[in-house]
Design a protein around this ligand. Sequence first.
Ligand code: CA
Length: 226
Amino acid sequence: MAGELILVVEDEPQIADTLERYLRAQGFRTERAADGERALEVWQVARPDLVLLDLMLPRLDGLEVLKRIRQRDRTPVIVITARAEEVDRVLGLELGADDYVVKPFSPREVVARIRAVLRRAQGLVRPASHLQAGALEVDLEALRARCQGQELSLTPTQVRLLYLLMARVGKVVSRQELLDGLETEADERTVDAHVKNLRARLGPCAALLETVRGYGYRLREGLGEG
Ligand code: CA
């Protein structure tokens, strides 16, 4: 299943870049808008699963964007604000945001809130923590993984790494994206070390994990029965 589509509405390119990179590393798809009018256009066309909405925006401010979205439907909206005093109004009946984060925030906190709001919006308790790709299966919540039905003995970090690769199966994932996804401040060499250890524990599925020299890693789908 493809990841949920998050519309990132933020006029500061660095913050938007960080958020998009982080969200993608977590398996979400993203669209971006750098001003309020564009946000409404993209919202109408792309029909995102959730809108991450900065309040201070050029052309049309975030409060107005929120109001107009709410006049039309119940798309989940998480507001990003630098002004904690706006929070009551934003969450109130008049505007009806689903949640908020106050700047400065960590991408990790934002993702946690996105997941919580999406779960509520979808009325399910089960997050998309279970992935299958070819012979591999991973369950992020249970911290378990299997290759061809055989339980693998992995550390939590290795499970997480495998999950990040499986969420983008068939595509190259850069070391930086893996670092972001692991939510660690460590450097890219650490990622290489983690991947090396992971590969050593994947059994027959190790053959599916390819190194893309100088860039990152790719997990192939395969090793069906046999
Ligand atoms: Ca702004």
